[in-house]
Design a protein around this ligand. Structure first.
Ligand SMILES: [Zn+2]
Length: 453
């Protein structure tokens, strides 16, 4: 008889929460904990042994028949605890062997989760060559829990922490007992400043929006410039949500500019305003990839990539021509279909058949093109041999695939370059007085409060 206990809730006390950001973990008490986090990677479903029957290999021994040696999987145990060759008979100490007819198999899936707070580490990075990794935790999903989690979503998992030893490494894992989807609800609040502004501007349909765009990002740029871009960014930000919603609307933005520094600043600043804003770094992958699972199963593990981690939010991918041609083709396909397809070779990952997995990409993409640098690359093209250099020519189809293309390189730029430089210098030397007089002060917090997430 096998009794399975399913825990739906734990007391909401600190001692029941396993915080992935805090060390050391308690994995010796063998009791239930709750973790909350985002799914970063997951393997395909494989089999494990739920139970097996062993019989004594000595035919004259009375334990060579009957069900004296039945081994079943217990939470936290590895496959080798159930199936091994060195078990011996307790009566005659002869080796016992498994009776394969009675082996019971179940489904198993390994999921890697990160703490929700770890997303902050992926926001607003401007350097492209940093390699870093944050601590993730492996969660074992067995039987009916397999396939209950989607990559990129946020969950609360109740389970028992265990430590797994493979060769010289000890890995901390969690054997899941129950899984619950978790998301925050709607915008936290509308700030008082915005309510006041709305009351002042209620006479016109446009005045409120115009005032918001005018003042937006005034912490990093003087108000009143790049208004169209700022309005588009605001619109894209209000479309973010933290629900698993396949009908959600996304607003992708592509900006054409002569000044990538300003564009980088404003997009980096804005992407940090939503909980799921990811600044993609070039050394990682934008879209999901497949690699071998590191927990000894050798099965295929799907890694989320920046776009899936930014689920329901925004993925800022930097300068468009900095990406390789094949990635740009993939981006175009994702923008058009809102899904990424990955191929899992059966031969490579120990499966009978090849698999194709299609994952929804529920993210708004932001990017920009530095018109100057792209045109310089085109000029160089004539001076080098064909095939010597990847020129990253951006196709018109890719540009079309973005929902909104904004030209920021018009005359407005030239008129504004002096105030921008002035503003940046004053900020850089930490001048106490404000470099401009804004009609109304808006803080970053005002804008942060306004977006759902
Ligand atoms: Zn025996």
């Amino acid at each position: 008889m096998n009794i399975v206990l399913k825990v739906t809730h734990l007391p909401s006390l600190p001692s029941y929460i396993l915080n992935l950001c805090k060390f050391p973990f308690d994995y010796t008490s063998q009791r239930f904990y709750m973790i909350e986090g985002i799914v970063l990677a997951m393997t395909i479903i494989t089999k494990y042994t739920q139970g097996a029957r062993f019989i004594c290999s000595e035919e004259t021994c009375q334990y060579s028949e009957g069900f004296h040696y039945v081994r079943v999987h217990t939470p936290g145990a590895t496959e080798s605890a159930t199936l091994r060759h060195d078990f011996v008979c307790s009566l005659c100490t002869s080796p016992v062997r498994e009776d394969m007819k009675y082996r019971v198999l179940g489904d198993k899936q390994l999921v890697e989760m990160i703490d929700t707070k770890a997303i902050n580490a992926l926001q607003g990075f401007s350097t492209s060559d940093i390699h870093f990794r944050f601590q993730s935790l492996t969660v074992f999903l067995r039987d009916e829990l397999s396939n209950t989690m989607k990559i990129g979503n946020r969950y609360k998992v109740i389970g028992i922490p265990i430590s797994m030893q493979s060769s010289s490494q000890v890995t901390l894992c969690l054997e899941a007992n129950s899984v619950h989807h978790s998301s925050t609800t709607g915008p936290s609040c509308i700030s008082e400043t915005f309510k006041y502004l709305l009351s002042l501007t209620s006479g016109s349909y446009w005045r409120f929006t115009a005032a918001l765009a005018y003042n937006f990002a005034s912490q990093i740029l003087p108000p009143g410039i790049y208004n169209t871009l700022k309005l588009a960014i605001l619109m894209s930000l209000v479309h973010t949500n933290d629900r698993d919603d396949s009908t959600a609307v996304y607003l992708d933005i592509l900006a054409m500019t002569n000044d990538s520094l300003i564009l980088e600043r404003i997009m980096n600043y804005s992407v940090c305003l939503v909980p799921r804003g990811i600044r993609h770094i070039l050394s990682s992958d934008i879209f999901p990839t497949v690699m071998k699972d590191k927990h000894g199963t050798g099965t295929a593990s799907i890694q989320a990539g920046s776009a899936i981690l930014a689920q329901g939010g925004v993925c800022f991918i930097g300068e468009l021509s900095s990406h390789k041609k094949d990635k740009l083709e993939q981006l175009q396909s994702v923008l058009e279909n809102r899904a990424a397809t990955i191929f899992i070779s059966g031969k490579k990952y120990g499966q009978d058949t090849d698999q194709q997995v299609t994952l929804p990409v529920q993210t708004s993409f932001w990017s920009f093109i530095d018109v100057d640098s792209v045109s310089k690359k085109h000029v160089q093209k004539d001076n080098i041999h064909i095939g010597q250099m990847d020129l990253n020519i951006i196709s018109a189809n890719l540009i079309d695939a973005f929902g909104l293309v904004i030209h920021c390189s018009e005359s407005t730029f030239w008129n504004s370059s002096l105030p921008i430089a002035n503003f940046l210098f004053k900020k850089a030397v930490g001048a106490e007085e404000t470099a401009y007089v804004a009609p109304q002060e808006f803080t970053t917090q005002d804008y942060e409060d306004d977006f759902p997430g």
